[in-house]
Design a protein around this ligand. Structure first.
Ligand SMILES: *[C@@H]1O[C@H](CO)[C@@H](O)[C@H](O)[C@H]1NC(C)=O
Ligand SMILES: *[C@@H]1O[C@H](CO)[C@@H](O)[C@H](O)[C@H]1NC(C)=O
Ligand SMILES: *[C@@H]1O[C@H](CO)[C@@H](O)[C@H](O)[C@H]1NC(C)=O
Length: 195
């Protein structure tokens, strides 16, 4: 009896190590929870941030995504629209030590690790937006090892082809910053003159 129990425990440890070694399974596509039994995610905020190369993008034009932070070994990376849990768009050739994961019926809709070799700031993922894109967020589960991982780390939202408003907003912000800086300089000068 004990031997059977021991066997089951060994098998469980072995299979969970296996799933960590070989990447997330398709059953993790939606909740993004690794199948590490009895292990809880780390509380947010994660020490990671997800950086898309562009805040706006166009259908079919690839953009790159980097997960910045400490070295990591496990990953599940998807693009989603708003709070819809469906992985959208298509990832291009996975960077070394990673591979595709088929989520939402598309063979290339997610990326996961292919092994436990280190991934880092130099690991660059390339994503191609689908035809209709709105409020894209990149969302990832990132694991340093089998017990230390963060679930559903999100990038800030990006917008699609109609997203020129974001650019306008950005340049408006720039102008405001410039005006603020100008008034600080002016005030400083006035003070200088009054002194
Ligand atoms: C990235 O943004 C720039 C500036 O808005 C734009 O010219 C460029 O086409 C964008 N690149 C992609 C791949 O969408
Ligand atoms: C990765 O990037 C983060 C944030 O920019 C930085 O703090 C960290 O030192 C970088 N790590 C390496 C190994 O370059
Ligand atoms: C990322 O890891 C690779 C392989 O270990 C290494 O060659 C590269 O210098 C690392 N890059 C950063 C930014 O730490």
């Amino acid at each position: 009896m004990d031997a059977v129990l021991l066997g089951i425990v060994i098998l469980q440890v072995f299979t969970s190590v296996l799933s960590f070694d070989n990447g997330a399974p398709a059953s993790s596509c939606v909740d993004m929870m690794p199948e590490h039994k009895g292990v809880k995610p780390q509380p947010n905020p994660a020490p990671y941030s997800i950086h898309p190369s562009n805040t706006t993008f166009q259908t079919g034009k690839p953009i790159t995504v980097v997960i910045e932070g400490p070295d990591y070994r496990g990953v599940l990376l998807e693009a989603r629209s708003g709070s819809n849990p469906k992985a959208i768009g298509t990832w291009q050739t996975p960077p070394i030590n990673t591979k595709f994961l088929a989520c939402s019926g598309n063979q290339q809709s997610a990326i996961t690790h292919a092994n436990t070799n280190i991934k880092n700031n130099s690991t660059v993922y390339t994503w191609i937006p689908p035809d209709t894109v709105q409020n894209i967020v990149f969302i990832a589960t990132i694991a340093q090892d089998r017990t230390v991982f963060w679930v559903k780390v999100m990038s800030s939202a990006s917008s699609g082809a109609g997203g020129t408003s974001l650019d306008v907003h950005n340049s408006a912000e720039r102008i405001v910053t410039l005006l603020l800086m100008l008034s600080v300089v002016l005030l400083a000068n006035v003070q200088f003159l009054l002194a």
